[in-house]
Design a protein around this ligand. Structure first.
Ligand code: PMP
Length: 396
């Protein structure tokens, strides 16, 4: 039977990692996948994660199953992080959270929940967006519609075009927003733009879905929740898919969360029962370890403060690399204006490099970048900066 099967296309981002690993050149540089690297080019385990793991090693008494939605203390900690401890969403129990296997798992729960419960089947995503959004939403049977987001000439957001394309989104349509650090452009709405989007969403009756994979990588853990919190003021119902892969460095532990906010606690409970039933049919109940680490850190004041500092260190290092990248390209005599890179947020920016330039960079210089020209700034270090800027200077 299996002879009939044709090969699936390689994933554009993870496929690139495979090619990078197989490349024998010791000068190779990977700016493809979104993984944080420190100055030494390593992806370290956070000190707070090590401390939480030591606590768990001593205190854990069982490996018995968690419930379908996972640990309640985790759900509470996630909600405080998203909405703030004093939020009425928390005090009025308007939210329910399911521990999920990564942000991707959380997105899939959101997509299947939406697809199974409502007549509408459209999900609106920014053009461009993280490539896997399309896979996840298509797998859940949703029709994907793009809204304008990026002005390639200005290397900036095209907010007017965004608003006008979203005019087409009907009441009940699912509309995806990146909570912060938009992937792949690195460009987020301003506070005033978030206000406008939130008001439009309430007026039109969309169901907003926030993909929140980089909380803390923009301006700060609290600051980065601004857009989401503005939305919750105007919109009584929304969904959030959180990922803790990046801000806790827990990539391979698969830690995420699906959060549903409803008008009142009873409605939240009933709606959430449907999410639980599809989780049961999917992976039954979540893995425990990574979420236990996150809960231990978020619920301990000293560990929380130390983690907040560790996130700030990662954020600051990326910002330094943005500035150094722009300065080094200038030094190499590149006259194209790359200053937009220094103004953007999070791990990624759209470099504006063409598919052909990206291919030459890989083949001739061992520099790996996603075909769209998206670069992971988090892969830059003081050590590889000179080589990577020389390579880019050579191709443009
Ligand atoms: N959303 C976005 C925008 C992402 O960039 C990522 C990770 N690359 C995810 C979700 C999923 O994260 P996870 O690895 O936790 O599944």
């Amino acid at each position: 039977m299996f002879e009939q099967i044709s090969a699936a296309p390689a994933d554009p981002i993870l496929g690139l990692t495979e090619a990078f690993k197989a490349d024998p050149r010791d000068t190779k540089i990977n700016l493809g996948v979104g993984i944080y690297k420190d100055e030494a080019g390593q992806t370290p385990i956070l000190a707070t994660v090590k401390k939480a793991e030591a606590i768990l090693l001593e205190s854990e008494k069982t490996k018995s199953y968690l419930s379908i939605e996972g640990n309640a203390a985790y759900g509470a900690a996630v909600q405080a992080l998203l909405f703030g401890k004093a939020s009425n969403i928390v005090s009025n129990k308007r939210a329910r959270t399911a521990q999920a296997p990564g942000g991707t798992g959380a997105l899939r729960i959101a997509a299947e929940f939406y697809a199974s419960q409502f007549e509408n089947k459209k999900v609106w995503v920014s053009n461009p967006t993280w490539a896997n959004h399309n896979n996840v939403f298509a797998a859940a049977g949703l029709e994907i519609v793009q809204y304008n987001y990026y002005n390639a000439d200005a290397k900036d957001m095209d907010f007017d075009a965004m608003l006008s394309s979203l005019e087409g989104a009907a009441a009940g349509d699912l509309v995806l927003f990146h909570g912060c650090c938009h992937n792949p452009t690195g460009i987020d709405p301003t506070e005033a733009q978030w206000q406008q989007l939130a008001a439009l969403s309430a007026e039109k009756g969309w169901l907003p879905l926030f993909d929140f994979a980089y909380q803390g990588f923009g301006s700060g853990v609290e600051e980065d929740a601004k857009g989401l919190r503005i939305f919750t003021e105007a919109n009584q119902e929304l969904l959030v898919a959180s990922s803790f892969s990046k801000n806790f460095g827990l990539y391979n532990e698969r830690v995420g969360a699906f959060t549903l906010v409803a008008k009142c606690s009873d409605t939240a409970e009933t709606a959430f029962s449907q999410a639980k039933s599809l989780i049961r049919a999917n992976y039954s109940n979540p893995p425990a370890h990574g979420a236990a680490v996150v809960t231990t850190i978020l619920n301990d004041a000293a560990l929380y403060a130390e983690w907040d500092k560790e996130v700030a260190e990662m954020r600051d290092r990326i910002q330094q690399m943005r500035d150094l990248f722009v300065a080094t390209l200038k030094e190499k005599g590149v006259d194209r204006d790359f200053s937009f890179i220094a103004r953007q947020n999070g791990m990624f920016s759209f470099s504006g490099l063409t598919k052909e330039q990206v291919a030459t960079l890989k083949d001739e210089h061992g520099l790996y970048i996603v075909g769209s020209g998206r670069i992971s700034v988090a892969g830059m270090t003081r050590n590889n900066m000179d080589a990577l800027c020389s390579a880019i200077a050579a191709v443009i």
